[in-house]
Design a binder for this molecule. Structure first.
Ligand code: HEM
Length: 514
């Protein structure tokens, strides 16, 4: 498709926002659809008043704007307080976002999404990969929608969402987690403190996920370091930043011209691609399908699938690397932080673990994991207060009716789980860390309120793997050390599209007797 076609299509999209949205019939000159239903028009959904052309974007500008883009949950709380649980925010041109805060409405959106749920993210990554068809089979699981997305999803979900296939990695994950736990002794200072645990957690997460994906170790946890591992971590962080910047840019200039943010994406993806392709090639050449611990890596399982082309395998493995390490490290970091601030919860986990693992070094297996109920409640409570993602994004793939409002096909919808999770109406004492709330079967909340891994056919593909990784590392940490956090600033996150930690995670590790 030529540039002109792109421009014409986006102009049509911009100038024709109202696609059958009112109770009266409206016919857009570029659309053949006519509304005849009786719902209230989309434009009448409450929301902040936009200015012509720039909509509400000015509210996020430094000096004149009232909101800080990096503190999205606070901005959204203000919207919820002022306009109610369904808020339409007009941005530039005709582009708007529908914010959904009520669990019942969240359910309506998710139930309508069908076989191919749509999301609109990572568009610059889509372009990068489409421009390299000799390497990538498509834009990958994040930006693609429809059949292209489903093709990859189907190949990988038979592996990643099958709990017994994931459980075969317990020894692999235990091994990297044991190394992480023993590294603490070398990394802490004389009073037991590590000034910032996050960089170590990133290394552990990359090493663990890398071993699972390609059956090879990167050496990230070696105390003298691994240049390749560091480069990969840096390239992935850079990719996330470039994706954020291109996604938030007021214009889509990067689609037609290599802007500095687009160049940043190209550079980081080139570096990441070169490293990952080396490991995928090793996998192809390897004579044994199995690693020394008996597991068969995700990559090796993918290569066995007749419907998976070599380019599919590479595209999927790149996606897995991109998605896996900062997410998992973030959740472990915040869980340890909450446990360090709530010693009584830490003690309770330890009581549970002492029974399941009488000796510190006892191996963890499927059965012991199954019984770690309090530990799992603590992880879930941490995800409620500090999720990695502020919510779940969807693009309506058909006209919807929400609270009697017509929401036209193509509307960008954000299910605001993070804010919903701290409302008193959904969780009593919502700002308090109370893992016990997850143990009482009778006090069930709506299944749509807390969705740290998203929902439905597009739910996070790494959910089962990352939960296993988190439980194993947190269990080993708490069984080996008393962890303390005192007299430092609260550890918090800021919004960069997803949430990222602000400031160091400074923890003190005190050895425990067996
Ligand atoms: C605690 C860690 C993690 C969290 C909180 C998390 C969260 C999420 C969320 C919220 C989504 C969007 C789901 C939706 O739209 O419904 C997602 C998608 C995805 N995640 Fe994760 N994730 C985590 C770990 C991982 C890991 C370890 C992997 C890889 C092994 C992974 C791979 C993916 C992929 C490929 C998608 C796109 C799925 C699709 O569109 O079909 N994630 N994740």
């Amino acid at each position: 498709m030529t540039i002109n076609h792109h421009l014409v299509r986006s102009l049509i999209r911009q100038s024709c926002p109202v696609k059958a949205t009112t109770s009266k019939s409206i016919l857009c000159p570029f659309s053949s659809q006519i509304s005849t239903n009786r719902s209230k028009p989309y434009e009448s959904i409450p929301g902040p008043k936009p200015l012509p052309l720039i909509g509400n974007t000015w509210r996020y500008l430094p000096l004149i704007g009232e909101y800080d883009l990096e503190n999205t949950p606070e901005n959204l709380q203000d919207y919820l307080d002022k306009y109610g649980s369904l808020v339409r925010e007009s941005l530039f041109g005709s582009f708007s976002i529908l914010h959904v805060f009520d669990p019942v409405d969240m359910g309506s959106v998710f139930r309508s999404e069908g076989k191919y749920p749509n999301r609109r993210t990572h568009r610059a990554l889509l372009k990068y990969r489409h421009d390299r068809p000799e390497i990538y089979s498509s834009g990958g699981m994040f930006p693609e929608n429809g059949a292209a997305w489903y093709h990859l999803r189907k190949l990988i979900q038979t592996i990643m969402l099958n709990q017994s296939r994931i459980n075969q990695f317990i020894p692999t994950i235990s091994s990297t987690s044991d190394q992480m736990v023993s590294n603490i002794c070398q990394l802490r200072n004389s009073n037991g403190t590590i000034d910032d645990l996050m960089p170590q957690l990133y290394k552990w997460a990359l090493e663990t996920n890398g071993s699972v994906f390609v059956g090879q170790r990167f050496g990230c946890l070696d105390l003298n370091g691994s240049n390749e591992g560091e480069d990969l971590i840096h390239a992935i962080h850079e990719t996330h930043e470039a994706v954020l910047k291109t996604e938030l840019a007021a214009t889509n200039l990067w689609q037609y011209f290599p802007t500095s943010d687009y160049k940043r994406l190209v550079n980081s993806q080139d570096i990441m691609g070169a490293i990952v392709s080396k490991y995928v090639d090793n996998l192809r050449k390897c004579s044994s399908k199995y690693s020394s611990d008996g597991s068969q890596s995700v990559g090796s399982q993918l290569l066995e699938q007749p419907e998976a082309s070599a380019r599919d395998v590479f595209t999927i493995i790149m996606d897995l690397f991109l998605a896996s390490f900062d997410t998992t490290a973030f959740v472990v970091g915040f869980t340890l932080y909450h446990l360090a601030c709530h010693q009584q919860c830490q003690d309770q986990i330890r009581n549970e673990l002492n029974k399941l693992l009488p000796n510190k070094n006892d191996p963890i297996n499927e059965e012991t994991l199954r019984q770690m109920k309090y530990l799992k409640a603590c992880v879930k409570e941490s995800l409620r207060i500090n999720p990695f993602s502020i919510g779940t994004g969807r693009v309506a793939n058909k006209d919807l009716t929400i609270r009697d409002y017509n929401v036209p096909e193509g509307t960008m919808i954000i299910i605001q789980n993070q804010v919903a999770c701290v409302q008193e109406s959904n969780f009593p004492q919502p700002k308090q860390f109370i893992p016990e709330r997850w143990l009482d079967e009778k006090k069930k909340s709506s299944p749509f309120t807390i969705l740290p891994f998203g929902y439905g056919a597009r739910m996070c593909i790494g959910r089962r793997l990352s939960e296993l990784e988190i439980y194993l590392l947190v269990a080993k940490m708490i069984r080996n050390y008393r962890i303390e956090y005192d007299h430092y600033e609260p550890f918090r996150a800021k919004t960069r599209f997803i949430n990222v930690p602000v400031g160091p995670l400074k923890l003190r590790f005190i050895d425990l007797p067996n």
